[in-house]
Design a binder for this molecule. Structure first.
Ligand code: GLV
Length: 396
């Protein structure tokens, strides 16, 4: 897809530019759902700050003729070490939602992870992309609905199941109640009234939302005898989403492929995931949206990498806004990163074109960073390219 004019340089040269455009197009409730974090947003901020605390140690006067950005995750090749993270409510950001984002990921040669809280049918997401697709599982809707979702994902050709383990309840994202998220998603007309002026002030979004038929159903949570679940706000959704280690037993009876445990911040949990048969873990604090004041993902990464000792793959998410962030995470032992907000801003700004532009920016950044570091391929990245004295907590 040719990059649409609205997201080309010089209008959009970095992810922050896409954020600015998303903020303009989206109603406040939708933008803040994406942009915000829990409580004081300390972890949200520190996810970004942690990358700043790491500096590079380049090898200069090294001529790199071509740079190889490719890597493999769970045995599948991707064109650079970043994939699209699961993000709920993508169809509210843009009608193309998960289908558009998956297509853009495939065009960029990388993978897409579909959230359970999604507005497009998982089968349509799979057929939209040439890249790998993984299914992220919440138990919203109960075990029977989850089993049906897992079976559909398996039949459709999803190649990994991602189980999120940091959502026993939803974090307190203070922007959401202020913006009337619950009322807008499920309240009466009267309850919605105070929030309507802000919606009307975003006509481009409103028109596309109305043309898309209004609030999408949660097409991948099908309640037996009832059909797809109606949209519910994230607090209500996650209140019913808790997963325990014990659940892995029945999940593994249904899902035959690799399992990725997302939401690991300690060596102990990483080892537990490996013992339970996970093929990979994602070092993640849910983008600073769950428990505030937990470690930034990048700060937790070295402990997890050391704990699993190469036995399983380690991915990470949280705070990635530049390709140089991706390079830093790989230097510290991540096989690849997952990008959530970075792509969601693009989706909210301009649909598929915005996601394509986000991925193009990040990929170009990674290539440029490797050339500037004097490193010929992502497989050669390691901690010797970094100064981490400001990052690392004391060894345990
Ligand atoms: C959904 O998983 C969210 O964190 O908003």
């Amino acid at each position: 897809m040719a990059t649409s004019k609205s997201v080309r340089s010089p209008k959009v040269v970095n992810i922050e530019d896409l954020r600015r455009l998303a903020r303009r197009r989206l109603p406040r409730a939708v933008f803040d759902y994406v942009d915000g974090g829990a409580e004081d947003e300390r972890t949200l901020d520190d996810n970004v700050r942690a990358f700043r605390d790491v500096t590079f140690r380049p090898r200069n006067a090294v001529a790199i003729r071509t740079c190889d950005l490719k890597t493999r995750v769970l045995g599948q090749e991707i064109s650079f070490p970043a994939m699209i993270a699961p993000v709920g409510y993508a169809r509210l950001m843009h009608p193309g939602g998960e289908v558009a984002a998956a297509r853009a990921a495939g065009e960029a040669g990388t993978g897409f992870i579909l959230s359970t809280i999604s507005g497009h049918k998982l089968e349509n997401v799979k057929t939209a992309t040439k890249g790998p697709v993984w299914y992220q599982l919440y138990l919203v809707g109960g075990r029977e609905a989850a089993i049906a979702g897992i079976e559909r994902a398996q039949n459709a050709g999803f190649s990994a199941l991602v189980i999120t383990v940091d959502t026993p309840v939803a974090g307190m994202r203070e922007r959401d109640p202020r913006n009337g998220m619950r009322e807008l998603v499920g309240g009466s007309v009267l309850a919605k009234l105070p929030y309507v002026p802000n919606i009307l002030a975003h006509p481009r979004w409103l028109i596309s939302y109305l043309l898309d038929g209004g609030s999408p159903k949660l097409e991948n949570i099908v309640i037996p005898g009832k059909g797809p679940m109606a949209l519910l706000d994230v607090t209500a959704a996650l209140a019913a989403a808790a997963v325990e280690w014990n659940d892995l037993r029945w999940i593994r009876e249904v899902w035959k492929g690799p399992i990725v445990i997302k939401g690991v911040l300690t060596g102990d949990d990483a080892r537990r995931a490996a013992d339970e048969g996970a093929t990979a873990v994602v070092v993640s604090n849910h983008g600073g949206r769950q428990l505030d004041s937990v470690s930034a993902s990048l700060r937790a990464l070295p402990e997890v990498v050391a704990a699993v000792g190469g036995g399983i793959e380690v991915l990470m998410d949280g705070g990635v806004r530049r390709g140089s962030d991706i390079v830093k995470a790989v230097c510290l032992g991540a096989q690849a990163v997952l990008c959530g907000r970075a792509y969601a801003y693009g989706l909210g700004a301009a649909g598929e074109a915005g996601v394509a532009r986000a991925l193009e920016i990040l990929k170009d950044d990674v290539a440029r960073t490797l050339y500037l570091l004097g490193c010929p391929n992502v497989g050669a990245l390691d901690a010797t390219y970094l100064d981490t004295r400001l990052l690392l907590p004391a060894p345990r």
